[in-house]
Write a protein that binds this ligand. Structure first.
Ligand code: ATP
Ligand code: MG
Length: 411
């Protein structure tokens, strides 16, 4: 288990664009909540580390080694959005950080604040937690753009060596490789199931397209079920077990077993095909609690679910390696250069990411102070410009006024 000192140092990357607007106000909110919860028996020391534009100006590198070292030394860190440098061989700073620290889970809780506009009918029923695999899948970056000759060679290889019998394969084509590993699937699902158990959440939904991609997404589903049924045999009941029971003993017995599992507080592990899930989660969000999925699905699902509860301005996230403990909490939105420096940015996403950080540290009381205060501010319909535009009669606050309002509403 994670041991956090009472006076931890937390490295932070301010971030580019609106990162500069939201970082310090977010820290003020967190400091106030920690003080409220623990007096002076606990306190965070924030240590700025450089990345992005600012790092480039000061050190000539977009992601200096000292920054990586600081995250390793202090284990837990937080970051604002970073602009991906154009050219220079870096695909994305965010990806580079995740890969270096092997942060294999991206956690995104999706909860609704009363008063925040939502496109769905029962937003108060939304309580979902996305566990997106962060290191594999088609996002691993193994892609090829092939010329005529290479395409032909590759086609011959597929037909002659791999037994592919029919494939439409014009002269020039591009390819991507989709690696899905057993241990990559297992560590993701393990994290999702443990999270559900610890928080007493009712279910884990494995979201996949295994009906089409049988050996990648299908394998993910099977490995996830295998893990639930072995390592978490006592704490879970799976749909696969339900189906087997139904086949062997009939529907009545299967239903009885499912009911008993629910009564015993077991986590129900189920699966859902991605396209169906995108419908399902809009129509019946209450049927899904923790969502375990691969990288690409997770990307799509994260933005859709964020839109259900107010959009990217208030959607937090974290990238975590539950084995080493390394964790970086981050705003999920980009640098929004169009509003940088105007006081229009919503610091909510970064503040809620910091709330996740407090929870990860076990500082739950401080986390609750921030969360409850934010609930009050939204209920009073005091919001930043992103939400103001959609809320008639709401009061418009600037980035730092919104942070101050949260601090004032800590009771
Ligand atoms: P990047 O290139 O870094 O992704 P971006 O402008 O595309 O930058 P996104 O996060 O994709 O940033 O955001 C798209 C738009 O959503 C922004 O241009 C901005 O208008 C709005 N937006 C994003 N984050 C916030 C926020 N925290 N507060 C208010 N508006 C935001
Ligand atoms: Mg963007």
């Amino acid at each position: 288990k994670l041991v956090v000192p009472d006076y931890p140092t937390i490295p932070f990357i301010e971030g580019d664009g609106i990162g500069k607007d939201i970082s310090l106000p977010s820290q003020r909110v967190i400091d106030a909540a920690v003080a409220k919860a623990y007096g002076d028996t606990k306190k965070i020391t924030w240590k700025e580390v450089l990345a992005g534009e600012k790092a480039y100006h000061e050190t000539g590198s977009y992601l200096p080694d000292e920054t990586i070292e600081a995250f390793k030394e202090y284990l837990i860190g937080i970051k604002g959005p970073l602009q991906t440098p154009v050219g220079g061989g870096i695909r994305s700073l965010n990806v580079a950080l995740r890969q270096t620290l092997d942060l294999y889970v991206c956690v995104r809780p999706v909860r609704w604040f009363k008063g925040v506009p939502s496109p769905i009918r029962y937003p108060s029923m939304v309580d979902m937690h996305i566990f997106r695999e962060n290191t594999e899948d088609i996002y691993a970056g193994i892609e090829y753009m092939m010329g005529e000759e290479e395409t032909k060679k590759f086609r011959d290889f597929l037909i002659n060596e791999m037994g592919v019998d029919k494939i439409r394969f014009p002269e020039s084509s591009s390819f991507g490789v989709k690696p899905i590993s057993k241990d990559g699937s297992e560590r993701l699902t393990k994290a999702a199931i443990e999270y559900a158990i610890n928080r007493q959440l009712p279910s884990v939904t494995i979201v996949h397209k295994g009906n089409i991609m049988k050996f990648t997404e299908g394998a993910f589903k099977n490995w996830s079920y295998d893990l639930a049924e072995t390592e978490f045999a006592e704490q879970t009941f799976t749909w696969r077990q339900y189906e087997t029971l139904k086949k062997d003993k009939g529907e009545l017995d299967a239903n009885k077993a499912l009911d008993e599992a629910k009564k015993a507080g077991k986590v129900i592990v189920k699966d859902c095909i991605t396209d169906a899930f995108l419908q399902e989660s809009l129509l019946h969000p209450w049927d899904h609690s923790v969502i375990a999925t691969m990288n690409l699905n997770g990307d799509y699902v994260s933005d859709q679910l964020a839109a259900m509860v107010g959009g990217i301005g208030i959607s937090p996230g974290a990238n975590i390696n539950y084995q080493s403990g390394y964790a970086i909490f981050e705003a999920t939105h980009g640098t929004a250069p169009n509003i940088a420096g105007t006081g229009k940015a919503n610091p909510g996403s970064l503040i809620l990411s910091a709330v996740m950080m407090l929870e990860y540290m076990g500082w739950n009381l401080a986390a609750e102070h921030v969360y409850d205060a934010m609930e009050h501010v939204f209920a009073k319909r005091k919001v930043t410009s992103d939400l103001h535009a959609q809320m008639e009669g709401a009061t418009l606050l600037s980035t730092s006024e919104f942070a101050d309002a949260i601090i004032r509403n800590m009771h």
